[in-house]
Design a protein around this ligand. Structure first.
Ligand code: ZN
Ligand code: ZN
Length: 96
């Protein structure tokens, strides 16, 4: 069931399928349900930021909104966002 090697999928690019616009994160991708197994840890609910540059940048961007992303251990997607009153240490450019 997992042999899609020479079969370009209509629903994704390299296994990433556009998943709309998250109200906080912005445009997001999800692992393509046609090409990839559903992640058992998040049941496929984690999303991947489309504007993603690096983990640190994304965490800093969320931190300025008072949010901390919780990453899924299974697929490394963003499982959910945690609201926090304490800025995490990943905000080197923040003006304290
Ligand atoms: Zn696909
Ligand atoms: Zn996952």
């Amino acid at each position: 069931m997992s042999f899609h090697l020479a079969d370009p999928c209509l629903w994704c690019i390299e296994g990433s399928s556009p998943a709309g616009v998250h109200h906080i994160i912005g445009p997001v991708y999800k692992p393509c349900p046609e090409c990839l197994p559903i992640c058992p840890d998040c049941a496929g609910t984690a999303v991947f930021p489309a504007d993603f540059v690096c983990i640190g940048c994304f965490q800093g961007q969320m931190a300025t909104l008072g949010l901390v992303p919780a990453f899924c251990p299974g697929c490394s997607g963003v499982a959910y966002l945690v609201r926090t009153d304490t800025l995490p240490e990943v905000t080197p450019h923040a003006d304290h």
